[in-house]
Design a protein around this ligand. Structure first.
Ligand code: KIV
Length: 295
């Protein structure tokens, strides 16, 4: 696969080909993801929970996001790399927003994602004017959980559903290359997907989006504390890691690992010399002599 671009993603929608996207936060996972030819990798601010152990996305900083973006970028050859702009990095001041988006690009991202609808159009425009590609994110935008009163499905009334549809239209017109739809009824996601020319990427938004995204630690079964309705485990990697660690612990404790086949050999004739020397030498005195020589 050649390098994925925002233009190719839009072409995928036009051809009706599903878009596969996922989060990653470090080099090792990014490399595995890239080998599978997944279209887009998001360094999500979900790293706040899955990598740093925080309770929500509100506490992750620009510095932490940039640090992880650099690591992910080192592991990616094919996928489009998108950096997720953290809370307070883009809604406070327009100039700071563009500057912070630019820092993601300097760290190796090829686009940024920001949360919000019609109210953030000036931010989207300013970033695009600065040649930074933007991905939208509407519905349950986790940076607004206190406004929503928790991780609640959005767009469940006629008014809020209409607002989501208009937000998507406005984001499309402002120039975003894709829109994440998070936790909204599937029928509304289907309407949005039909109404906009840019791809919709769903998470908890049903099967009719142009593509899907999941948090990698959730779908691999590493982070099992969080189990929303939309989540499906595609692996049981957490259990596998636990099994491997317990086996390692057991073998070390029982002196099974390492066996001689895991160890480096020393030539027999030289070993005789060393053994004889150890038997006859005053090791403390020899060690002191070495220290004195170094000093
Ligand atoms: O932070 C994140 O991981 C996200 C996606 C799940 C859309 O925003």
């Amino acid at each position: 696969m050649l390098k994925m671009t925002t233009r190719k993603l839009i072409e995928k929608k036009q051809k009706g080909t599903k878009i596969v996207t996922i989060t990653s936060y470090d080099y090792a996972f990014a490399k595995l993801v890239d080998e599978t030819k997944i279209d887009l990798v998001l360094i999500g601010d979900s790293l706040s929970m899955v990598m740093l152990g925080h309770k929500n996305t509100l506490t992750v900083t620009m510095e932490e996001m940039i640090h992880h973006t650099k690591a992910v970028a080192c592991g990616i050859t094919n996928a489009l790399i998108v950096g997720d702009m953290p809370f307070l990095s883009y809604k406070v001041d327009l100039k700071d927003a563009v500057y912070n988006a630019g820092r993601f690009i300097q760290a190796g991202a090829e686009a940024v994602k920001i949360e919000g609808g019609t109210e953030i159009l000036p931010i989207v425009k300013a970033m695009i004017d600065a040649d930074i590609q933007v991905m939208g994110h509407i519905g349950l935008t986790p940076q607004a959980i206190y406004k929503f009163g928790g991780n609640l499905v959005q767009g469940k009334t006629t008014e809020t559903a209409k607002k989501l549809i208009m937000d998507a239209k406005n984001l499309e017109k402002a120039g975003v290359f894709a829109i994440v739809l998070e936790c909204i009824p599937w029928q509304i996601a289907k309407i949005i997907t039909k109404s906009v020319s840019v791809p919709t990427i769903g998470i908890g938004a049903g099967p009719y989006c142009d593509g899907q995204i999941l948090v990698i630690h959730d779908m691999l079964g590493i982070n099992t504390d969080f189990k929303p309705k939309f989540l499906k485990y595609f692996g049981n990697v957490g259990a596998e890691i636990r099994k491997a660690l317990l086996a390692y612990k057991d073998e070390v404790e029982k002196s099974v690992y390492p066996a001689i086949e895991h160890a480096y050999d020393f030539p027999k004739e030289d070993l005789d010399v060393v053994t004889k020397w150890v038997e006859s030498a005053d090791l403390d005195a020899e060690a002191e002599k070495l220290k004195a020589k170094k000093g």
